[in-house]
Design a protein around this ligand. Structure first.
Ligand code: SIN
Ligand code: FE2
Length: 213
């Protein structure tokens, strides 16, 4: 077997037209990403947003970048200040943006320049219901999603909520990229199972890189 390039680029597994799983792609950067998450959360703490319908989300969130994704009774949106502190969100670390850009290019979306990063923190028992990422002004940019810590089952469906959903196991270091014809695909995370991960203990983190405007 010719493994001259083994370890340089992971195999890209298509999840559909415009969606790709880069298995383990963030593995080498995981320690740096987790340290950066800790630094970001020290300034902009994880919190559970309320949905426009008045329910508290089970997943805790924070953001880095020029704006942050927020939710409250008034709706979902990006805003430049953290509603918890009234201060700008912490800057997105440059290595984060570089990793997201490279992953997007490997998935076929060259030139991605994310300006925001939503950070999700899952504990066992939490989940993220099927939804579309549609609060960004220009849907021509892809989404780059990095998984860290405990494993989870990612649901990836089609453009209609009722389309069949594929169940994709995601583990520490995996990156999923979706854009183009898959940009508005419904997706979600099934209820997280209990566990302990050497890097994160009883937690899963997900970073989603987006271009907000
Ligand atoms: C999201 O849809 O924002 C997060 C997906 C994930 O946690 O993998
Ligand atoms: Fe999403």
């Amino acid at each position: 077997m010719d493994d001259l390039f083994a370890g340089s680029l992971p195999a890209a597994e298509p999840l559909g037209d415009g969606a790709v799983l880069l298995r383990g792609r963030a593995g080498a950067d995981a320690g740096a990403l987790l340290a950066a998450i800790e630094a970001i959360a020290a300034v902009a703490p994880f919190r559970q947003f309320t949905t426009p319908g008045g329910r508290e989300m089970s997943v805790a969130m924070t953001n880095a970048g020029v704006a942050g994704w927020v939710s409250d009774r008034a709706g979902y949106r990006y805003q430049g200040e953290d509603p918890l502190t009234g201060r700008p969100w912490p800057a997105m670390p440059a290595p984060f943006a570089a990793l997201a850009r490279e992953a997007a290019a490997e998935a076929g979306f060259a030139g991605f320049a994310p300006d925001v990063c939503l950070i999700n923190r899952y504990r066992p028992g939490t989940k993220l219901s099927l939804h579309q990422d549609r609060d960004e002004a220009d849907l021509g940019h892809p989404i780059v999603s990095v998984s860290l810590g405990l494993p989870a089952t990612f649901q990836f469906g089609g453009l209609a909520r009722t389309d069949p959903v594929r169940k994709v196991p995601l583990v520490h270091g995996d990156i999923v990229v979706w854009g183009g014809p898959a940009r508005l695909a419904y997706h979600g995370i099934l209820t997280l199972k209990a566990g302990e991960h050497p890097a994160t203990g009883p937690l899963r983190y997900n970073l989603t890189f987006r271009r907000s405007g």
